[in-house]
Design a protein. Structure first.
Length: 500
């Protein structure tokens, strides 16, 4: 079973003079010699180094207290999330799943072997509490598969103890710099090994030229959404907060881009991709929608006086939320492992590598993208007017929801066109954000009321009071009415702003 650890560390060049005295730095009262540990690690990647291109490292290491499989995701400079699994002969499935969005059908093979003699020191305070582990690593790197050579170097590594204050590492670095020790030029041992043992120039991510044509802008925005999908895949699998929401938004942005800019990209190619993106967004929404509703209803219940809470309402909400979350998470894991999803990622890659451009795609972006954005805005205007004229109830709820979906599409189109259109697109993006927030609150109220009716029916069948569910239902009706009352003024303001 894999577990997870946040790793906060810094690496430094070493000239073989050893570790400077760190006594007295940031509360360090003793530097304890823990001896030399022999570490032997095989680093795995695809033959074309897809993990390394995204600064991920996957290794199987023996020796030391944490022998096993380690997968590291970059979080920020010097900070990585490390996923650990016990030793085995092959890559554990729970680890392989976390790199599947990048690896796809390619084979993970050992590319580099690193052997380190690690001279370990523990930096402790007056109570013997560990503040950090400092080590001097004598490293030997060997490129496997006959594609390169070997390299040797010595480096200093300082890793913060669990729960420690990262500011402590600043104090340590200040002492090291005074002693002439400089930060490492490489972000990790693997990055240095790949650079120094390569028999050929390493594959790096493409540096895209500044967008010039309409298609350049559209493809840059679409590429960014593809990258978000790939990067968030492991976060969704790990149940990182907000990961599902962000991945769903990227999916919707990609689909909206294909629909809004049909004059740029051939729809006979992109429409089938849009269908698959709609499918993925729907699958991601299974858990996300319930998560939003659970948070909304729990927050609403917190504002109800205790004397008005009758029956185990909170307990039912928690049970409903946890049950739904658990089943949704299991469902999502299956979706992300499915052939349909992986094929979608492959299809997006092919689209970006060889885009099906139409004639308008090669033109200057201002006219082409501006026309597409104005078309979306005009359609939105008709939908908002329809919603404002609809009678209260189900018909208005449906009309408001349709307007909300179109407002999102208009927002994403404006975002994609911002670098080409400048301030007008930024202003429209901000206006659409305000509008979708208001319309989204209305739609959330509609869904919350449906959920309250379902929970109330279950409570009634169990012989429990349904008073509090009715109270919450009434409050949700009032929230929806307030949103409907606010919409005309907001829409007038947006119309004036966008027509000026």
């Amino acid at each position: 079973m894999a577990d997870e650890k946040r790793e906060i560390e810094r690496k430094y060049e070493s000239d073989d003079s050893g570790l400077p005295d760190l006594t007295g730095v940031g509360g360090v009262t003793a530097v304890l010699d823990k001896g030399v540990v022999e570490l032997d690690a095989m680093y795995y990647d695809t033959a074309d180094e897809r993990l390394a291109a995204d600064s991920l490292t996957l290794r199987r290491r023996t020796g030391g207290a944490d022998a096993g499989w380690h997968l590291k995701f970059p979080v920020a400079p010097g900070i990585r999330d490390e996923i650990r699994a016990p030793l085995s002969d092959t890559v554990p499935e729970e680890i392989a799943a976390l790199v599947r969005s990048r690896v796809r059908d390619a084979e993970l093979i050992p590319l580099v072997r690193l052997r380190s003699a690690r001279d370990v020191r523990h930096l402790v305070d007056a109570d013997g509490v560990l503040l950090a582990e400092a080590s001097v690593d004598a490293v030997t790197a060997e490129r496997l598969g006959g594609k390169g050579g070997a390299a040797q170097w010595t480096e200093i590594e300082v890793e913060l103890a669990d729960g420690g204050d990262p500011a402590f590492l600043d104090l340590v670095e200040k002492r090291l710099r005074r002693a002439g020790v400089q930060p490492s030029r490489a972000p990790s041992k693997l990055a240095r090994a790949l650079e120094q043992t390569a028999g050929r120039k390493r594959r790096r991510k493409d540096k895209r030229a500044r967008p010039v044509t309409a298609s350049d802008h559209v493809l840059a925005y679409l590429r960014a959404q593809r990258d978000v999908l790939v990067e968030l895949d492991p976060a969704v699998r790990r149940d990182v907060p907000d990961a599902v929401h962000r991945m769903r938004v990227a999916t919707r942005r990609a689909r909206s881009t294909l629909r809004s800019f049909r004059p740029v990209l051939d729809r006979t190619v992109t429409d089938p991709i849009g269908v698959e993106l709609k499918w993925l967004a729907g699958e991601l929404g299974v858990g996300r929608d319930q998560e939003v509703l659970a948070e909304r209803l729990t927050t609403a219940l917190d504002t109800v006086p205790p004397t008005l809470i009758t029956g185990p309402v909170r307990e039912r909400l928690v049970s409903w939320s946890e049950t739904g979350h658990g089943s949704a998470q299991s469902h999502l894991a299956g979706v992300l492992d499915s052939r349909r999803y992986l094929t979608l990622l492959d299809t997006l890659d092919r689209l970006l590598a060889d885009p099906p451009l139409r004639k308008a795609g090669g033109k200057r972006p201002e006219k082409v993208l501006g026309k597409a954005v104005r078309k979306d805005l005009a359609t939105l205007s008709a939908l908002v007017e329809e919603a404002l004229g609809a009678p209260p109830g189900k018909e208005r709820d449906t009309a408001v929801h349709e307007a909300r979906k179109k407002a999102k599409r208009t927002r994403y189109a404006a975002e994609a066109a911002t670098k080409a259109l400048g301030e007008p697109a930024r202003a429209l993006t901000a206006s659409m954000k305000s509008l979708t927030t208001l319309l989204g609150d209305h739609q959330d109220s509609v869904m919350a009321r449906l959920t309250l009716l379902e929970l109330s029916a279950v409570a009634h069948a169990a012989g429990e009071s349904t008073f509090t569910y009715g109270l919450l239902y009434g409050r949700e009706e009032a929230r929806a009415a307030a949103a409907e009352a606010e919409l005309p003024a907001l829409w007038r303001e947006i119309t004036q702003r966008t027509s000026g």
